[in-house]
Structure formats: C-alpha cells, structure tokens
Ligand binder design. Structure first.
Ligand code: CP
Ligand code: NVA
Length: 315
C-alpha cells in the first residue's frame, strides 16, 4: 500500500532485485518467474508508465496482465469494492490499483486474498519511489547520506512517498516548497521516527537557496495532481519561484547534481501543445533536456522495479 509496509532491508532488496532483473533482461535472460499467473490492472486514473510497466513486466515474466479501466468494471458503483476484490481474488493472482481514494486500495487488499499493489492514489505512489531510488543508486552507488531535494507541491502523493522512502533509507531529505504546501503532520511525525532509526534527516524550508545547497538530487512533480485541475491557477502563482531551472541547479553548488521527475512533466511549449495554462512549467526545458536530467532512465526503471515487486511478492 505504501513503503511503510516494508523494512529498509526489504526496500533495499527490491531495488537490488530490480537491478538484477534489469541486467538479466539486457542479457536476454528471462527466468519467467510468474509463468501461469494472471494479473489484474485496475485504473480509475490515466497512466502511461505505470500501466505499461505492469504489462511489460508481467509478460516478460510469463504472466498474463488484464487491463480493467474505469468504464470496464463496476468498482464502487454497481458493485462494492469488497465484492469486486473477492471476485478478482478468485481469478487473479495479483491486483494493481491506481485511483483516487487510498481507502479503495486498502479495501481491495483487505478482501482480495491475493497481493494488491498500489499504482498511485491521491496520497501515495510507492512503486515510483523504487524506480527513483534505483536511479539514484545507479548514479551515486548508494542511498544513505544522499542529499535529496523534493521541490514543488510538498503535500502530494510523490512528496509523501519520497519522504517515507528517504526516511527509511537514511537520506538527507528536504522539502522545498511554500509553507502552505508542507506535508501533513502525521506523515512527517512517522517519517521522523523512521529517520531516528535509519540516521536520515527530514527538513522543510520555503527558502530555495537554503534547501538546495549541496543537493545530489533535485526532484519535482506537476504542480497540480490528477483530480486537482481546479487548483492550477493558484498553484502557478504559489509555485513559480520553485520551478526547477538552471538557476536552481547552480544554487546546489554541485556540478554532479541530477534532476529527477516522475513524469508526465510540463517543460515544453504549452501553447504549441494546445494546453490551457501557458505558465504552468515545473521544470525548464533547459534542465529537462540538459545533462543533469535522468528522467528517461527513471521512467525505464519503473518497469524493472515493478517487475521486482511482482516477483518478490508473487513468485
Ligand atoms: N510516473 C507515473 O506514474 O506515470 P504514469 O502516470 O504515466 O503512470
Ligand atoms: N502527483 C502526480 C503524479 C503522477 C505520476 C499525480 O498524482 O498526478
């Protein structure tokens, strides 16, 4: 459901397993760990990476993935989540859910009797973090002690999940955002407990120069998440100073700092793309396309890490 469910050792294991499955695939080695398994993929919200990662990973491992879009099934409308979970659990070996309420994925997990994987809810996006951390490890060789800055909407699913992961893995994690978008106190308190055990540090600041100093990683996400489209104008006004651009990268003082983004990203020409808000741009094109950017390695790593999650929990 979230990375709270896993110990630091288990998270480290999933990342290392993903790295191994990645090199196996590059070498043409397919162990087919999930032969004869069937995987249900429920999507209330759209997706490119998560959906494709589950589909390709399942097929690489010999499983059959079945996409169930929001108009294909009766989830929570004509049929309760609990009933749907019990039916799917009789037919499928694992279920991925992407949607709005985090309670829905918890209910699915409570009733399905098979592994349920959270492919993003309004509050959390745990599988993304595994891909992000694999990418960090590929670049820096370790996670512990990494100065990891998340800037932008400090209270969305990405901020919450990165903070949990970073706290568990001993990172120096900083949220750089306006105070009105700081994370919930409950998640912050939990992460500070994890940090005590792991040696991580968790800090919040609205000051860009202070927050990004010495960073190894600058990470951002869209300023308004799926389902929050009505908030776009107010977010543009609040978050413009937190755009990731060459000036922000220079402020890190670290020439080896990398840029990460879960994608999709607003970085290109909004007018050309026919978008309604020309000013929404959480990262400049210069950084997105520049030498610090690792966003497409990161996107590829969604597939290897999701494969690791399915193999570890199902094979
Ligand atoms: N990063 C991510 O979850 O992308 P999708 O919304 O395309 O799945
Ligand atoms: N915070 C974003 C993440 C997309 C992968 C959203 O929920 O829309």
């Amino acid at each position: 459901m979230t990375l709270r469910d896993f110990t630091p050792k288990e998270i480290g294991y999933l990342i290392d397993l993903a790295a191994r499955l990645k090199s196996d695939k590059a070498a043409g080695v397919f162990a087919r760990n999930l032969a004869n398994k069937n995987i249900a993929l429920i999507f209330e919200k759209p997706s490119t990476r998560t959906r494709c990662a589950f589909v390709v990973a399942a097929i690489d491992e010999g499983a059959h993935p079945e996409y169930l879009g929001k108009n294909d099934i009766q989830l929570g409308k004509k049929e309760s989540v609990a009933d749907t979970a019990r039916v799917l659990g009789r037919m499928f070996d694992g279920i991925q859910f992407r949607g709005f309420s985090h309670e829905t994925v918890e209910q699915l997990a409570a009733h399905a009797g098979v592994p349920v994987w959270n492919g993003l809810t309004d509050q959390y996006h745990p599988t993304q973090i595994l891909a992000d951390f694999l990418t960090v490890k590929e670049n820096f060789g370790a996670l512990k002690g990494i100065k990891f800055v998340y800037t932008g909407d400090g209270r969305n699913n990405m901020a919450n999940s990165l903070m949990i992961g970073a706290a568990k893995m001993g990172m120096d994690f900083r949220i750089v955002s306006p105070a009105s978008l700081y994370p919930d106190q409950e998640i912050l308190d939990t992460c500070r407990e994890y940090a005590e055990a792991s040696g991580a540090s968790i800090s919040l600041t609205h000051d860009v120069a202070e927050g990004v100093a010495g960073a190894h990683v600058i990470y951002t996400d869209v300023w308004a998440s799926m389902g929050e489209e009505d908030k776009i104008p107010e977010r543009i006004a609040l978050l413009k100073p937190y755009q990731v651009n060459a000036d922000m990268l220079a402020k890190t003082g670290n020439p080896d700092c990398i840029f990460l983004h879960c994608l999709p990203a607003f970085h290109d020409d909004n007018t050309e793309m026919g978008r309604k808000f020309p000013d929404i741009k959480e990262v400049s094109d210069e950084v997105f396309e520049g030498p610090a950017s690792r966003v497409f390695d990161q996107a590829e790593n969604r597939m290897h890490t999701i494969k690791a999650v399915m193999v570890a929990t199902l094979a």
